[in-house]
Design a binder for this molecule. Structure first.
Ligand SMILES: Cc1cc2nc3c(=O)[nH]c(=O)nc-3n(C[C@H](O)[C@H](O)[C@H](O)COP(=O)(O)OP(=O)(O)OC[C@H]3O[C@@H](n4cnc5c(N)ncnc54)[C@H](O)[C@@H]3O)c2cc1C
Length: 490
């Protein structure tokens, strides 16, 4: 076995979270090895947020053009997927090449290693034949992969995950989407707007089941208006592929057929691949358990989707800030463990005075921020967008909160009425009547995700309802609907 190479920190998985942690720690002067087996940047830039939002931008342009009729004359729309595929290939993913991202990381001083990493005992990470000894810590940002349900026959078929759906150059004539969550609905609407015959199959009794029921209704109606067929409360029992197309046999004897089948039924962390047993961490769990500083166990942190705290890029970035502060705090307090060779860069190195001094991003242990997900925003980028923060009404009631709810329709606001075609949506507020603050909110509409920002501030900072009622809301904006919903709180 090769002698271990001594470094300060090893970051395993350079997705959104891992790359941010690794880059910032390297920038602070630590010797950081970042290991990535696929593409630096992870799911978001190559097969997730960025290309899917490019697809949505294009599909929404088509929908807006179709709204010209009745508002501004007439417009003829001939959708063409080629410019969308080309934009994703050329602008978003560099044809799924991460050279720029690797250079971004090494440019910040990081050492890049391509390969699959696993723990090899306390402080040690193995990548093939190479072993790294981390003096100060190991950070896992290994993300998730699609979780495919155990449906009879499915595994033997050429089904799509989000990756094939994002990489598609030529659209199929028809598409079955298994899973009516955020990703399923976003992609279903995109493809439908480009003329694909789309059918969504959801086992639960409504799409977007984690959000308010009113949001599910608006989203389902919008997709149906785009021609999407939606089956809820229907469970896939068997899938077959005859060389040309798919047949999905569902509960109740339903048989659905399509050229392609997209499976978007959730995602799963693969903890069994990480060698966690060598440090006494249970790999049988769904996610890596972390405390509010993203600490897993002595010398190990985790960041991003693998923590199970919300599978969003903004969660990974938020957590990365805490991990960076906490690792630097550990380094400064010198509790990073023994340095057998005495050569680790942090000892008297560049990091000593400047990066870890009082002007650094971390302070004493007490000043390292703690993760707080009360005001975690989430946006489903369908048209209309579904933005939400904090608790739904049901979650609040289940927690025994003395709940007040206020709902106002977007179409009743001046802006919604002016907007006319495409003005579906609402603002729903969930308040804790005893505390006099909002603890959750949903904003659905053409700019539902943007309207959400004020509501996130209100939940995050626990702004008193009295203050929210005293504010001035610009006329005629969509967000004035918040004022109407506040008035309707009861
Ligand atoms: C279609 C789609 C649309 C999305 N849209 C949005 C959106 O609009 N907004 C939003 O906030 N989020 C969105 N997301 C979610 C977002 O992509 C993820 O939350 C984000 O990528 C999580 O980042 P991460 O760093 O935790 O993990 P990932 O991005 O998954 O990166 C983990 C990396 O670790 C690597 N890795 C894993 N194991 C090892 C190992 N043992 N050794 C070496 N490398 C390893 C993987 O190859 C991968 O590159 C979307 C996701 C999908 C699929």
């Amino acid at each position: 076995m090769a002698d271990p190479e001594l470094v300060d920190v090893v970051v395993v998985g350079l997705g959104v979270g891992g790359e941010e942690v690794a880059g910032r720690l390297a920038g602070a002067g630590l010797t950081v090895v970042g290991v990535e087996r696929d593409l630096v940047g992870g799911e978001c830039p190559y097969w997730g947020c960025v290309p899917s939002k490019m697809m949505i931008r294009a599909a929404n342009a088509i929908a807006e053009a179709r709204r010209v009729d009745g508002l501004a004359g007439s417009a003829e729309v001939r959708p063409d997927w080629a410019p969308v595929a080309e934009r994703i290939r050329a602008e978003a993913t560099d044809t799924w090449d991460d050279r720029v991202a690797v250079e971004r990381f090494t440019g910040r001083g990081g050492r890049f290693v391509r390969g699959s990493a696993r723990l090899d005992g306390p402080g040690r990470v193995r990548v093939g034949e190479r072993v790294f000894q981390a003096r100060h810590g190991i950070v896992f940002g290994t993300g998730t992969r699609p979780s495919v349900p155990p449906v009879d026959g499915l595994a033997d078929t050429p089904y799509w995950t989000n990756r094939q759906a994002i990489e598609v150059e030529e659209l199929p004539e028809s598409l079955l989407v298994l899973g009516g969550g955020a990703i399923g609905l976003e992609l279903a609407q995109v493809f439908a707007r480009f003329g694909v015959r789309v059918t969504v199959v959801e086992a639960l009794d409504r799409v977007l089941a984690v959000e308010e029921p009113e949001a599910s209704e608006v989203a389902a109606a919008a997709l149906r208006a785009d021609g999407v067929e939606i089956h809820t409360g229907v469970r896939a029992e068997r899938v077959s592929h005859d060389g040309n197309g798919f047949t999905l046999h569902a509960t109740g004897g339903t048989a659905l057929t399509a050229d392609r089948l997209l499976v978007v039924t959730g995602r799963r962390a693969h903890l069994d691949e990480l060698g966690l047993d060598t440090v006494g961490v249970d790999a049988g769990r769904r996610y890596l358990p972390v405390d509010d500083r993203l600490h897993v166990t002595e010398g190990i942190w985790a960041v991003g989707d693998v923590t199970g705290e919300g599978a969003f890029t903004h969660v990974a970035m938020y957590q990365a800030g805490i991990v960076v502060a906490d690792v630097l705090d550990h380094v400064r307090r010198g509790d990073g463990g023994a340095d057998p060779s005495g050569t680790a860069s942090v000892v008297g190195g560049a990091v000593g005075a400047s990066a870890l001094g009082t002007t650094g991003s971390s302070g004493s242990a007490g000043s390292v921020p703690r993760a707080d997900y009360r005001a975690l925003p989430r946006v489903t980028f369908t048209d209309p967008e579904v933005g939400a923060v904090g608790l739904t009404e049901r979650q609040a009631r289940e927690r025994g909160v003395n709940v007040q709810v206020g709902l106002a329709e977007l179409s009743s606001s001046a802006r919604g009425w002016i907007h006319k075609s495409g003005n579906e949506g609402f603002v729903k507020l969930v308040a804790d009547a005893d505390q006099g603050v909002l603890i959750g909110a949903t904003s659905v509409g053409p700019a539902g995700g943007e309207v959400l920002s004020g509501l996130v501030v209100a939940v995050h900072a626990a702004v008193p309802l009295a203050e929210l009622r005293q504010m001035i809301y610009a006329y005629p904006t969509f967000h004035r609907t918040v004022e109407d919903a506040l008035r309707n709180l009861s």
